[in-house]
Ligand binder design. Structure first.
Ligand code: VG1
Ligand code: CO
Length: 541
């Protein structure tokens, strides 16, 4: 098969954000756009020659077309083998597992995660390396540099590969292997958790609703929950992946998974409610009448992980992203293990996991995971909860309230200001930065600042430094406000304001009420109204 070298020009703005490159789908459909990024990635990793790759995505609009392009370019770049999920489907954690299982050189994951899908919505691509994790910053920087100088890409011209059946179609000299997307992931889960105990739980009448939000986890949840674990048929709702996610917003939080939330707050609520996002790496956990914040969920999973076979011998350490609440730090302290604070984005956990410094990691945005893969893993979190519920024989609400009694409670909420003019958002952040040196000791809305800084991360494993990772402001009385700009949006800027208030005496308050003080102080310090003309967020989670 003839390799073709096609001339192309750099395209502006192919800078990978928090989690790869995300743009409007129509942008990805422009000639050369996807090709440039894929070729830049091959160039940045030293070419495709002799390499084995994993390719798959969350099934959104353009997924299959993109996979065909990548397969041809892989062949053009001398890749020897590509493993693809049947129908082009692979959840992000399943792709991470396949890279590790097959000792592949890396993989392309096609997803814009929790962003809506469709021709007028979002698409995305990212490259994960040999360890199964998202490319670290030094590699994404190389990829970005390559997109700025690209002059040609390599491909082959051939008929489309049939992705609808498992097997080994040939693409010239390159071997293609189409695999069941669920099988090996499901087998991995079985090695981690006490499946017989969870089966017993369901047999005893335990009920659950898992909302797959018409995204990638549908087939995984059906096979594992309703298949291997014997949950009643119908436990998985919205289980068929659709190219536009049924026009929904596949972000598992109380706002976008409102139908599930309403069910869980009603008298018809099952024992456990859970949901996952577009690409299957996030999770929402809600008990009967009891929503569990992701930060609390991370802390509770860490405190109880020893109840599951894979974590029986304890954890090496716990890592959380900077904006995530301090709840998991308290658990690490009690367990006498290390705790780490990293910038937002799973790529920063990779080194800590590879070095064996941590076992469990999590983010406030509903991502939790462990050393079993190098991505956050939505179903993994749900299964660990099920394992804990099966052993403790208590309700979700009881487990949460018991946790707060032991550790105190970190009231927590995130405010998102979406579609802000990029200039205004940058100005707000810059003006905040310039105020930082003088903040300590000053009072705002009755709250005194104890410390404030712009977060820089010094990776304890490879010594690399990542600057400008968000602004942290701490107040007297155990509260904190964090400001940062989102790196996953595709329209304007999104400002995220993260609010937190700790109490070990008063654990039964309403969250927003408990956060009133820190909220007023944060809005006053940042002069939010003056910069963006509003203080009411679009989304509160
Ligand atoms: C958001 C979340 C972050 C997460 C990232 C990717 O990033 O806040 O915690 O790692 O999405 O998640 P940002 O830059 O918009 O705040 V996923 O599930 O969308 O790949
Ligand atoms: Co995701």
């Amino acid at each position: 098969m003839k390799i073709e070298t096609i001339a192309t020009n750099p395209i502006e703005g192919q800078m990978p954000g928090t989690s790869g490159l995300r743009k409007k789908t129509r942008v990805f459909m422009e000639p050369g756009y996807l090709e440039n990024f894929v070729q830049a990635t091959f160039d940045a990793i030293g070419g495709g020659e002799g390499k084995t790759l994993i390719v798959g995505g969350d099934g959104r609009y353009f997924n299959k077309v993109a996979i065909q392009t990548i397969l041809k370019m892989a062949a053009g770049n001398g890749v020897v083998k590509v493993i693809v999920g049947k129908d082009g489907i692979l959840s992000t954690p399943a792709a991470s597992h396949l890279i590790r299982l097959n000792k592949a050189d890396g993989g392309f994951i096609l997803s814009a995660s929790h962003n809506p899908g469709g021709i007028d919505e979002d698409f995305g691509i990212k490259f994960n390396g040999q360890n199964g994790g998202p490319a670290p910053e030094n590699l994404t920087a190389k990829i970005f540099d390559a997109t700025k100088t690209i002059a040609k890409f390599k491909t082959v011209s051939t008929a489309e590969i049939n992705l609808n059946a498992c097997g080994s179609p040939s693409l010239g000299a390159m071997e293609v292997q189409i695999v069941d997307p669920v099988e090996s992931y499901s087998a991995l889960m079985e090695t981690l958790f006490d499946f017989p105990a969870i089966r017993g739980l369901f047999k005893g009448g335990f009920t659950m609703c898992f909302d797959a939000m018409h995204a990638v986890t549908g087939p995984y949840a059906k096979a594992i929950l309703e298949g291997a674990l014997g949950a009643t048929e119908g436990t998985v709702a919205n289980g068929v992946p659709l190219e536009d996610f049924g026009k929904g917003h596949p972000d598992p939080n109380p706002i976008w998974a409102k139908t599930l939330m309403d069910l869980m707050m009603s008298s018809a609520a099952p024992d456990l409610g859970a949901a996952s996002d577009g690409d299957g790496d996030r999770n929402m956990i809600v008990g009967r009448g009891a929503y569990v914040t992701p930060s609390d969920s991370l802390a509770i999973l860490a405190a109880n992980a020893h109840l599951a076979p894979a974590y029986r011998d304890g954890l090496a350490g716990i890592a959380r992203s900077m904006p995530t609440s301090a709840a998991s730090d308290r658990v690490a302290k009690k367990l006498g293990i290390g705790s780490y604070e990293t910038p937002t984005g799973w790529k920063f956990f990779g080194n800590l996991l590879d070095a064996g410094k941590v076992t469990i990691c999590g983010e406030e945005s509903a991502g939790t995971g462990s050393s079993h893969v190098r991505e956050k893993d939505g179903l993994w979190a749900v299964l660990l909860w099920l394992n804990i519920l099966a052993v403790r024989k208590q309700s979700v609400a009881e487990i949460v309230s018991d946790h707060w009694q032991r550790f105190g409670r970190d009231y927590y909420s995130r405010y998102d200001y979406e579609n802000v003019a990029t200039g205004s958002a940058n100005q707000l952040m810059q003006s905040l930065c310039s105020k930082l040196p003088g903040l300590a000791g000053q009072a705002f809305a009755g709250m005194t600042v104890t410390a404030a800084d712009e977060f820089s991360y010094h990776d304890p494993v490879d010594g690399s430094v990542s600057n400008n990772q968000g602004i942290r402001i701490y107040f007297e009385g155990g509260s904190r406000a964090v400001f940062r700009l989102s790196g996953t949006g595709t329209q304007g800027a999104t400002i995220r304001l993260y609010l937190e208030q700790y109490s070990n005496t008063d654990i039964g308050r309403d969250t927003q009420e408990a956060l009133q003080g820190v909220r007023a102080a944060a809005q006053s310090i940042s002069d939010m109204n003056a910069h963006i003309g509003r203080v009411e967020p679009d989304v509160i989670t």
